[in-house]
Design a protein around this ligand. Structure first.
Ligand SMILES: C[S@@+](CC[C@H](N)C(=O)[O-])C[C@H]1O[C@@H](n2cnc3c(N)ncnc32)[C@H](O)[C@@H]1O
Ligand SMILES: *[C@@H]1O[C@H](CO)[C@@H](O)[C@H](O)[C@H]1NC(C)=O
Length: 275
């Protein structure tokens, strides 16, 4: 059975690889996906946790940080804030020991594109309001079909239902090992980066699914990296998958992009110069 997703095979593979890299490098923190739609890539992230993270019952990891692996939280910790929980699992503010997977989506599709979503290279998309609308029930049903219902019930897998601008900043996510952004549009990408990037651990992985496909997404990534002085190389998924032959100039069309948050990235907000 194939996972219910829009995401092409190579990007699914890249998603799994980055999730594994976060675990095998003992990067502390949760996994977060902003833009989950019917759940396909969330299922992949959950399956990696289930297989390799001790707090999900997995057998992998170096175990250096003790039970729970990531050391992100103490059992039963209350961290305050509202998760917008989506009705799944334990109450807001409570979190189990170990890593969590956060799944954020309006389930009503994308908001309206803005000016920054227009233009860009030939063939790139601008999107439209309500694209990829689905329902919370569909998402949950799909996860259960893949045997992940127990993690929803245990509160390891939490749903943040609503617009990113209303759910992400206040979500009780402390540290992030793998941030997977898939919100397509300028505003959605910018808001997810603004709300969550500072919580990504040094060495954590940031993946942008729509980098080569949506003008606004690419623009938001460039602006954010520039604004924050991020010099960690932007890795562009090398093989364009939708086409068999692509002239070099079009190589980044459709490509996903990712980078490693470097430990030495400048602090934000910038420190005042002395004197
Ligand atoms: C391309 S789909 C995600 C694909 C998914 N990862 C998969 O495996 O198929 C984009 C999703 O982002 C959501 N989305 C985009 N912008 C959003 C925003 N500002 N707030 C909440 N959800 C948003 C949409 O509802 C949609 O479900
Ligand atoms: C958040 O974004 C949505 C969708 O674009 C919009 O309808 C809503 O008014 C925004 N909320 C806030 C608090 O800005």
């Amino acid at each position: 059975m194939d996972v219910p997703t829009l995401v092409t095979k190579l990007r699914r593979l890249l998603t799994a690889q980055l999730a594994l890299a976060a675990l095998f490098n003992d990067i502390p923190g949760d996994f977060v996906e902003a833009g989950v739609f019917t759940g396909g890539t969330s299922i992949i992230m959950a399956k990696v946790l289930e297989r390799y993270d001790p707090s999900w019952g997995g057998t992998g990891g170096s175990g250096t940080s003790g039970p729970g692996g990531s050391g992100t939280a103490h059992a039963g910790q209350r961290s305050g804030g509202s998760s917008g929980g989506g009705g799944a699992g334990p109450p807001d503010g409570w979190r189990p020991a170990g890593r969590m997977l956060w799944a954020a989506d309006s389930f009503e599709g994308t908001p309206a594109p803005v000016e920054q979503d227009n233009g860009g290279a030939a063939g790139m998309r601008s999107g439209f309001q309500g694209e990829y609308a689905t329902s919370l029930e569909t998402f949950k049903t799909n996860l259960k079909e893949f045997g992940l219902g127990q993690h929803l019930e245990a509160g390891r897998l939490r749903i943040l239902k609503g617009w990113f601008n209303e759910t992400l900043a206040g979500a009780p996510v402390q540290r992030i090992a793998f941030l997977r952004l898939d919100g397509d549009l300028y505003v959605s990408t910018r808001e997810s980066l603004e709300a969550l990037y500072d919580r990504v651990s040094p060495g954590g992985l940031v993946y942008i699914d729509d980098y080569g496909a949506y003008t606004g997404c690419q623009r938001a990534v460039h602006e954010f990296r520039q604004r924050r002085g991020i010099r960690s190389p932007l890795n562009i998924q090398p093989v364009p998958e939708q086409v068999m032959f692509v002239p070099p100039a079009e190589e980044t069309r459709w490509a996903a992009a990712w980078w490693v948050k470097e430990p030495h990235e400048p602090t934000w907000p910038p420190l005042r110069p002395p004197g």
